[in-house]
Write a protein that binds this ligand. Structure first.
Ligand code: PLP
Length: 353
């Protein structure tokens, strides 16, 4: 029996992707070879990565002034690559949680960072709204969705300086203007595929402007020149990325997914607001459509709640160790039926205790 997986990452992927990926492990497109054993230089694999690149741009609605890279080292490596490639004098960061904090700490190794807004003092419960963006900075970095606290930018800051975003936990979950961003990166393990690999969408025009020497593997221009194959790429992960991107397109793209994601989030938040035993964490206007964090008001019923959801075949509901409580991650691949199972468990909890 397949569980309802609310895990924050690695996380649920479409069932069709699990099936296709399994088949390809045994026999990739009737080639008589496993996807795990084919060369990254083979015609078959080049076809995979080219299709994935083109689809990513299509789904994002971006033209070929952008490049798509499939890199290693998760989103965390991009915390370092971004300032390596873009930071000359000063960069602006908005601090909305653990991940943006980690990103800006890496950037501080390279130069001057201005934290232009932070919600740290309030436990990262909200997205800062009133900030001004200095014009003398090389870029502004934001984390569009804060996986741990369950907040999300519902308005993308307007700025003339290059906007850089960590979209690890909400990429392709909603219909936004992706061309507002000069660089987007996303660890695969939430909405795109398997852990350890990262997709980067970068506007070529912002590159090549820093004076420092950049190590080859972290150099976006070098990766572009080598078509993400400066060294052996994460071939299987990229294949899974392609399957997920194809699934997104079949579903109707970001417009259709946004609608589904809104329906799922509304179903769960309505129950959290209604149920007297629980309370949501994030400020209402900044609530994430992807990660729903909540607490039990009475800690003494924790064991009872845990038993109820585990008996309902729910997995991965525990909150992040930094925050505690519970977190339901309802990424693109999560069906609304699974969200309904969780809502029913919350109702049952109320009835029983
Ligand atoms: C999960 C996550 C990361 C970390 O990704 P790794 O692949 O483990 O480096 C970074 N940023 C956000 C917003 C995340 O959700």
């Amino acid at each position: 029996m397949k569980k309802h997986n609310f895990s924050a990452g690695p996380s649920i992927l479409p069932q069709a992707v699990f099936e296709k990926a399994s088949k390809a492990v045994l026999n990739f497109e009737d080639s008589g070879l496993s996807i795990l054993e084919i060369s990254h230089r083979s015609k078959e694999f080049l076809n995979v990565i080219e299709k994935a690149r083109a689809l990513a741009l299509e789904i994002a609605g971006l033209n070929d002034s952008y490049e798509v890279l499939f890199l290693h080292g998760g989103a965390s490596t991009q915390f370092l690559s971004v300032p390596y490639n873009l930071l000359e004098k000063k960069a602006a960061y908005i601090d909305t949680g653990t991940w943006s904090n980690k990103a800006l700490k890496e950037a501080q190794l390279f130069g001057n960072i201005e934290i232009i807004a932070s919600s740290k003092a309030d436990g990262y419960k909200y997205i800062p709204k009133n900030f001004s963006i200095p014009s003398d900075t090389d870029y502004l970095h934001i984390t569009t969705n804060n996986t741990i606290y369950g907040t999300q930018f519902h308005h993308i800051p307007e700025t003339n300086i290059p906007l850089v975003a960590d979209m690890s936990s909400d990429i392709f979950s909603r219909d936004i203007d992706y061309s507002k961003f000069s660089l987007i990166y996303a660890g695969s393990q939430k909405n795109l595929g398997t852990s350890g690999s990262t997709m980067v969408l970068v506007k070529k025009a912002i590159l090549g402007k820093v004076s420092r020497k950049i190590p080859s593997i972290l150099d976006y221009q070098n990766q572009i020149k080598n078509e993400s194959m400066f060294n052996t790429p994460t071939t299987f992960s990229i294949y899974v990325n392609l399957l997920v991107l194809q699934w997104i397109q079949e579903k109707g793209g970001v417009k259709a997914l946004e609608k589904l994601n809104k329906d799922k989030a509304e179903l769960l938040y309505n129950e959290i607001d209604r149920n007297p035993l629980v309370e949501g964490y994030a400020a209402k206007e900044d609530r994430s459509l992807m990660n729903v964090s909540f607490f039990l008001k009475d800690q003494t019923i924790q064991q009872k709640f845990d038993t109820l959801w585990q008996n309902a075949d729910i997995s991965g509901l525990k909150g992040h160790r930094n925050l505690g409580g519970y977190r339901a991650s309802i990424y693109n691949a999560m069906p609304i039926e699974s969200v309904q199972v969780l809502v029913d468990v919350l109702k049952e909890l109320e009835k029983k205790y």
